[in-house]
Design a protein around this ligand. Structure first.
Ligand SMILES: Nc1ncnc2c1ncn2[C@@H]1O[C@H](COP(=O)(O)OP(=O)(O)O)[C@@H](O)[C@H]1O
Ligand SMILES: [Mg+2]
Length: 265
């Protein structure tokens, strides 16, 4: 209904926005650049940030942009991961039959990851929602990444999670892993001027060339969402729907307020 009223080509502010249409705001670019660097230099990266700030989206963008013939991404978003299942999951993703015992799977995993690197297709292991993993499991990543007495690593490992993961990583049992993290990035929201650009870019992607949000509406969205993309999407969609229902062509603060009430009321 909103799409018809505004004559958009598709629903704007969509959760599964195509990579080509992503908004390249400062922190998104910074995070993508760091992840690519980590992949190329086979480093461990720790990415944290509140939910909805765009961490998974940046990962998705990097996975799409990097050369598929040189990098093999294993994306794991599994809260139930344990030291026992970790190696099985990796082997299965690499289409290799796991063995029964964990130690054997660990040896086999190391062998396969090294071979893949030597054959020119380096593996990047991405663990998303890592804040849900218990410290024992996180500690296991240190062993996953332990090749040839630490003199060399054939893989890049990205640990990605909500802000509390940053605190968890300070635990003593994780000090060996923490000490090996070469890249740390904490994702935060967009600035007010970036919020404006975010909204107009999203509109342009669905064929709307005019900025149909008033300046005050943008200000209010920036303030209430703190520049969090997921929150902005919810508010923008709600405000557009409210405006469409009232047959009003410009989104102003009253539409945003009602959208906000609907989310939080
Ligand atoms: N660079 C971006 N361009 C456009 N939309 C984005 C961008 N980053 C995030 N979003 C939007 O915000 C939503 C939340 O982002 P997501 O990456 O899932 O956050 P996180 O993983 O940090 O919880 C996404 O579904 C997407 O719609
Ligand atoms: Mg995510």
């Amino acid at each position: 209904m909103m799409t018809e009223f505004f004559r958009f080509t598709r629903e704007p502010f969509d959760r599964d926005i195509p990579v080509e249409d992503l908004v390249l705001f400062h922190n998104h670019n910074e995070l993508c650049a760091r992840l690519m660097y980590a992949a190329e230099h086979r480093q461990i990266a720790l990415v944290t940030g509140d939910t909805g700030t765009g961490k998974t989206t940046a990962i998705r963008a990097v996975m799409k942009r990097m050369d598929d013939s040189r990098y093999r991404f294993l994306y794991i978003a599994n809260a139930g991961l344990t030291p026992k299942t970790l190696y099985r999951v990796i082997l299965e993703r690499l289409q290799i039959q796991p063995k029964f015992r964990q130690v054997d799977n660990q040896v086999l995993t190391h062998q396969v990851l090294e071979e893949s690197y030597q054959k020119g297709r380096q593996v990047v292991i991405v663990v998303d929602e890592a804040q849900d993993l218990d410290p024992q499991m996180l500690a296991e990543f240190r062993f996953l990444n332990n090749f040839k007495a630490d003199s060399f690593s054939p893989i890049s490992l990205w640990l990605v999670g909500q802000s509390e993961l940053r605190e968890t990583m300070k635990l003593r049992i994780l000090s060996a892993l923490s000490g090996r993290i070469q890249i740390r990035y904490h994702m935060t929201g967009l600035t007010e001027s970036e919020v404006h650009d975010y909204i107009s870019k999203q509109l342009a992607c669905v064929g709307e060339e005019k900025m149909i949000f008033s300046a005050d509406a943008v200000k209010l969205i920036a303030k209430t969402s703190q520049g969090n993309p997921r929150m902005m999407n919810t508010l923008c969609r709600g405000a557009l729907l409210d405006a469409a229902t009232r047959e009003e062509q410009v989104v102003d603060t009253s539409h945003v307020e009602r959208a906000w009430m609907e989310v939080n009321g």
